[in-house]
Design a protein around this ligand. Structure first.
Ligand code: HEM
Length: 119
C-alpha cells in the first residue's frame, strides 16, 4: 500500500540538524538522503529544496530521462492532498449564492379573454 505523508512531515525532513533529506516531486515523496552527496549537480541544490516541493527546480535543471529514472529509486510514498478547501473568492461565492436561489416556477399561460376556443 502507498504510504501517504503530510506536507508538514516532509517539511521536517529538510536535512537540517541531522534530519534525513526528503523532497516532493510531482506529488510523490522521495528520501534522497543517500543521494545528496552523489548528485552530479552538487548537494547544495538538493538541500535548497529539501523538505519542499522540488518539482519546478528539478524540471528547470533540464534533467535527462536517466535522472528521472534514478529519482524513482528513492520514492517512499505520496503527499497528502490538502484537506482544507481553499476559501472561495468573492466572484466564486457570488456564483454559489446564485446557484442556491430557488428556481422560479414556470409562468402559467395567461388566459386571454379574446383567445379563440374551438370546442
Ligand atoms: C533529488 C533528485 C535528483 C536527482 C535524482 C538528480 C539527478 C541528477 C543527475 C543524474 C544529473 C546528471 C545529468 C542528468 O542526467 O540529467 C543531475 C544533474 C544536475 N542536477 Fe540533479 N537531480 C536531482 C535533484 C536536483 C535538484 C532539486 C536540482 C535543483 C536545481 C538539480 C540540479 C541539477 C543540475 C544543475 C545538474 C547539472 C550538473 C552539471 O551538469 O554540472 N538536481 N541531476
Amino acid at each position: 500500500m502507498t504510504q501517504i505523508y503530510q506536507k508538514s512531515e516532509v517539511a521536517e525532513r529538510n536535512g537540517k540538524n541531522g534530519q534525513p533529506v526528503w523532497l516532493i516531486y510531482k506529488g510523490n515523496v522521495y528520501d534522497v538522503t543517500t543521494f545528496v552527496k552523489k548528485h552530479p549537480g552538487g548537494d547544495d541544490l538538493i538541500l535548497e529544496v529539501a523538505g519542499k516541493d522540488a518539482t519546478k527546480a528539478f524540471n528547470k535543471a533540464g534533467h535527462s530521462p536517466d535522472a528521472v529514472q534514478q529519482l524513482r529509486e528513492y520514492k517512499i510514498g505520496e503527499v497528502a492532498i490538502d484537506e482544507q478547501p481553499k476559501p472561495l473568492t468573492a466572484v466564486q461565492s457570488a456564483d454559489v449564492q446564485q446557484e442556491k436561489q430557488p428556481q422560479q416556477p414556470p409562468k402559467q399561460a395567461e388566459k386571454s379573454s379574446n383567445s379563440f376556443c374551438c370546442c
